[in-house]
Design a protein around this ligand. Structure first.
Ligand code: UD1
Length: 415
C-alpha cells in the first residue's frame, strides 16, 4: 500500500495537458468487442482501471497492444463470453461489457458487481434495458444474459444513468431495427461513445440530448478514434491550484464540458481566460465560499467533483452548503477533512462547510478515488505535512497524480 506525503504551503503555478477521459475510454474499450476487427484508440490514459479493462479484453480472446497512450484491440476472435470474477471485482464499470458482449456473441456471464465505497450502485436499469431489447436474464449468483437475436425497443429510463445508457447503446448497435432511449444520460462521455460507435459503422444519433436513437446494423468495420479529455481531471487540477492561490494553464480541454465546475470556481473568486482548447485560471489568495453546490446529472455540477470542491471550501471565507444527489454514501472524505481541522457538519445528503483560517497536516485515509484526490488537495493547502493513505484508490483515476502536481510546484512524495 502506498502513501502520499504532501508538504503543504506551496503555490501551484504552471501548465498541464489534460489526459484522456477514464469514463469515456472504458465504455469505448468495451465497445471494441462489437467489431470483428481492429480498433485503434488514442489518448488512452495509463490508469489501473484501463489496465483492468484491457486484461478483461485479453481474457475474452482479443489481442491487445498498449503503447504511448494508444491502444490497438483486435477483436476478430472472441473465445469467451465470461467476464472473469476477479476482474469484475476490481472494476465495477466492467458492467458495460454486458451490452457489447451480448451484441457480439449473444451471451454474457458476469459476476454481480455489488456495491462500492460510494453507495449501493444497483444495475436494475441496465438489466431492464437489456431485457427490453430481448435478452433473457438469469440472476443466480452470476448474471447470465442470453439472446439469439436482440430487437430494437423504446426504452424509457427511470433515471438518466450513465452506465445504463451506455449498456443499452452498446447492445442496440447490432440489434434488429430501431432503439430509442428516452431520459438518456447526457454526459459528454456518452457523446464520445456515440462518436466511436459511428466511426466503426454504427448508426447512433442524439447523444448529449435526452433521446438517443440507434438503428441496428449487421456489420461494423475497423476504426480509429481519439478519446476526449477528462473533464474531472481538468477540474481536479483546477481545484488543486485554486486551493493554493495559484495560477494554472490547462491544454487540451473542451470548455463546454467544464462550465459546471468553472462557473463555481468563478463564484469562489477565480478568474479565467479561455481560448480554444486552453484555459488559464488565476485564483485569489483566499477563496470565497460558494452558496450551494448541488450535484446533478450533466450538465449539473458533477458528483465526481464534489469531494475536491469541498476540500477547497474548507478554507474559504464564509459558509457553503453541499447537497449530494447522486450517490448516498459520498461523504467519506468528510471525517478525514475534519481531522485536518475543517468545520463540516453532515446530515444525510447535506453538508455544511464553514470556512476555517487553515487546515493542518496529519495522517488521513483515502477511501475512494475522488475522496482521495480531495485529501491531497487539502494537504496542498494545509500547514505542515499530510500523509494520505490509500493511494491505490487515487491511481485508479489519475495518471501520475503526485508527479503532475509536483510539476506545478507541489511537494509530494509517494512512499
Ligand atoms: C458513472 C461514472 C461515475 C460517475 C457517475 C455519475 C463511469 C465509469 N462512472 O457511474 O464516475 O460518478 O456516472 O455521474 O462512467 N442507478 C440505479 N440503477 C441503475 C444504475 C444506476 O439506481 O441500474 C443509480 C445509482 O445508484 C446512482 C445513480 O443512478 O445513484 C447514478 O448512477 P449512474 O449514472 O449509473 O453512474 P455510473 O454509470 O455507475
Amino acid at each position: 500500500m502506498s502513501i502520499y506525503r504532501v508538504v503543504g504551503g506551496n503555490k501551484l503555478e504552471g501548465e498541464l495537458k489534460v489526459e484522456g477521459s477514464k469514463n469515456a475510454v472504458l465504455p469505448i474499450l468495451a465497445a471494441t468487442v462489437l467489431n470483428e476487427g481492429i480498433s485503434i484508440i488514442e489518448n488512452v490514459p495509463a490508469l489501473k482501471d484501463v489496465a483492468t479493462m484491457l486484461q478483461i479484453l485479453k481474457e475474452l480472446g482479443c489481442s491487445v497492444e498498449y503503447r504511448d497512450n494508444t491502444v490497438q484491440v483486435d477483436a476478430t476472435c472472441i473465445s469467451s463470453s465470461e467476464i472473469p470474477e476477479t476482474l469484475v471485482r476490481q472494476m465495477r464499470s466492467s458492467i458495460v461489457l454486458l451490452g457489447s458482449l451480448l451484441g457480439r456473441t449473444g451471451k454474457v456471464i458476469s459476476t454481480y458487481p455489488g456495491g462500492c465505497a460510494i453507495g449501493v450502485r444497483p444495475i436494475d436499469l441496465h438489466l431492464k434495458g437489456l431485457k427490453m431489447l430481448g435478452a433473457n436474464i438469469e440472476l443466480m449468483g452470476h448474471i447470465v444474459c442470453e439472446s439469439s437475436e436482440l430487437k430494437g425497443a423504446e426504452i424509457q429510463l427511470d433515471y438518466p444513468s450513465v452506465g445504463a445508457t451506455e449498456n443499452i447503446m452498446l447492445a442496440a448497435v447490432k440489434a434488429r431495427g430501431t432503439t430509442i432511449i428516452r431520459n438518456a444520460a447526457r454526459e459528454p462521455e456518452i457523446g464520445d461513445l456515440q462518436e466511436f460507435l459511428n466511426s466503426m459503422g454504427a448508426k447512433v444519433w442524439g447523444a448529449g440530448g435526452q433521446i438517443i436513437r440507434i438503428e441496428g446494423v449487421d456489420k461494423l468495420h475497423n476504426t480509429s478514434h481519439r478519446v476526449i479529455p477528462d473533464r474531472i481531471i481538468a477540474g481536479t487540477y483546477m481545484a488543486a491550484a485554486a486551493a493554493t492561490g495559484g495560477r494554472l494553464k490547462l491544454n487540451d480541454i473542451i470548455i463546454d464540458h467544464l462550465h459546471p465546475v468553472v462557473d463555481k470556481l468563478k463564484e469562489a473568486g477565480c478568474v479565467f481566460e479561455i481560448r480554444g482548447d486552453t484555459l488559464k485560471m488565476t485564483a485569489p489568495k483566499r477563496l470565497m465560499a460558494v452558496d450551494t453546490v448541488r450535484t446533478l446529472p450533466y450538465p449539473g455540477f458533477p458528483t465526481d467533483m464534489q469531494a475536491q470542491f469541498m476540500a477547497l471550501m474548507c478554507c474559504a471565507r464564509g459558509t457553503s452548503i453541499f447537497i449530494e444527489n447522486i450517490f448516498e454514501n459520498r461523504y467519506r472524505h468528510v471525517d478525514q477533512l475534519v481531522k485536518m481541522g475543517a468545520d463540516i457538519k453532515v446530515d444525510g445528503r447535506t453538508a455544511v462547510i464553514r470556512g476555517v483560517k487553515e487546515l493542518r497536516g496529519t495522517l488521513v485515509n483515502a477511501e475512494d478515488l475522488r475522496g482521495g484526490a480531495s485529501l491531497v488537495i487539502a494537504g496542498l493547502a494545509a500547514k505542515g505535512t499530510t500523509l494520505v493513505e490509500g493511494v491505490e484508490h487515487i491511481d485508479r483515476g489519475y495518471q501520475d497524480f503526485g508527479s503532475q502536481l509536483n510539476r506545478l510546484g507541489a511537494d509530494i512524495q509517494k512512499l
